[in-house]
Design a binder for this molecule. Sequence first.
Ligand SMILES: *[C@@H]1O[C@H](CO)[C@@H](O)[C@H](O)[C@H]1NC(C)=O
Ligand SMILES: *[C@@H]1O[C@H](CO)[C@@H](O)[C@H](O)[C@H]1NC(C)=O
Ligand SMILES: *[C@@H]1O[C@H](CO)[C@@H](O)[C@H](O)[C@H]1NC(C)=O
Ligand SMILES: *[C@@H]1O[C@H](CO)[C@@H](O)[C@H](O)[C@H]1NC(C)=O
Ligand SMILES: *[C@@H]1O[C@H](CO)[C@@H](O)[C@H](O)[C@H]1NC(C)=O
Ligand SMILES: [Zn+2]
Length: 269
Amino acid sequence: MLFKSLAALAAILPSTFACPHESHLRKRQAANETIENPEWAYEASYNWGKLDPMYQLCQTGTQQSPIALSLNNGLSLNHIPTFHNYTGNTTGMYRNWGFGPGFALSRDDITANPSFTYDNETVYLLGWHIHAPADHSVGGDRSKAEMHFVHGDADGHEKAVLAFRLDPGNSDASFFTQLPPMIGFNETGPEYEQQIEMNLDYALQSVLHFNEFWFYRGSLTSPPCHEGIHWFVARQILFTGVEQMQAILGASTYSARAEQEVWQHRINE
Ligand SMILES: *[C@@H]1O[C@H](CO)[C@@H](O)[C@H](O)[C@H]1NC(C)=O
Ligand SMILES: *[C@@H]1O[C@H](CO)[C@@H](O)[C@H](O)[C@H]1NC(C)=O
Ligand SMILES: *[C@@H]1O[C@H](CO)[C@@H](O)[C@H](O)[C@H]1NC(C)=O
Ligand SMILES: *[C@@H]1O[C@H](CO)[C@@H](O)[C@H](O)[C@H]1NC(C)=O
Ligand SMILES: *[C@@H]1O[C@H](CO)[C@@H](O)[C@H](O)[C@H]1NC(C)=O
Ligand SMILES: [Zn+2]
C-alpha cells in the first residue's frame, strides 16, 4: 500500500530529478512515515530482493552492481567514450539525494545535455550523486567516496554510468571548488536546493577523460536493481582537498551496497 501511494506521488513530482536513486529521495521527502520505516536501507542491502516483488532482481540478477575490480581484470580496450558538450557551464539543481550531495540536470531536452558516445550509442547526462564509501573496490582498496555521472538514452532511461573514485589528496579539486557549500540531509529533507551553473568537465579532466577504465555490464546499485547498465569505472582517482573530502563526508550517510559476485558482467569484454 505504502509503495503504491508513493509511486503515485512520484508520478506527479516534477521530472527534473533523475538518477537511479531518485525514487528513494522522493520517498524520504514524501512523508515522515517512510523516513522512520524506510522501504530499503543500505545496512540491509543483502535482503533487498525480499522486500518487494519489484526488487526481485536485487536477489536473482546475474549482472548486479557493484563488483570488486582489479588490475588483474586488465582495462577496457573497447567501448571508448567520446565526450560532447561537457565543456563550459551546465545548469542544474544542486541538492542532496538523501545520502549525499548531488546535481540534477533538466530533462526538458535531454539531448542538449552533456553526453558521450561509445559503441555507436549516445547517452545523455541526467545528473550526478555521491556515495560514501565507494561502491567499487579496486584491488581490495575502497575509496572514501564515489561519484556517479548517470546517463540515459534520449527518453531518459538509465543506460550508462561514469564512476569516479574520490579520495583526499594534496590539493583541492576544481570540480568541488566551484560548488556552493555541501548540502546535508535532515529529517525534513535536503538542507537546501539551489539552481547553479557548474563545469562538469573538471571531473573528466581529473581522471584524464577516462583514458583508462574498467567496463562491465551491471545494474543500478539500489532497488529496483535494474540491469542493462553499462559501467565505466575510471582507473584514475579524482583527488580532492582534505577539507573538501571532510565536507563531502559530512553531507553524506552510509550509501554503499554490498559487493556482488561476478557472474555475467563480462568485465572489459
Ligand atoms: C514530521 O514530524 C515532525 C516531528 O515529529 C512534525 O513536526 C511534522 O509536522 C511532521 N510532518 C508531517 C508532514 O507529518
Ligand atoms: C550539444 O548541445 C547542443 C544544444 O546545446 C545540441 O544542439 C547538440 O546536438 C549537442 N551535441 C551533441 C553531440 O550532443
Ligand atoms: C558502429 O557502426 C559501424 C558502421 O555502421 C559498424 O561498422 C560498427 O561495427 C559499429 N560498432 C559497434 C561497436 O557497434
Ligand atoms: C532541516 O533543514 C532545514 C533547512 O535548513 C531547516 O529549516 C530545518 O529546521 C531542519 N530540520 C531539522 C530537524 O534540523
Ligand atoms: C560558469 O559558472 C560560474 C559559477 O556560476 C561563473 O562564475 C562563471 O562565470 C561561469 N562561466 C561562464 C563562461 O559562463
Ligand atoms: Zn549511484
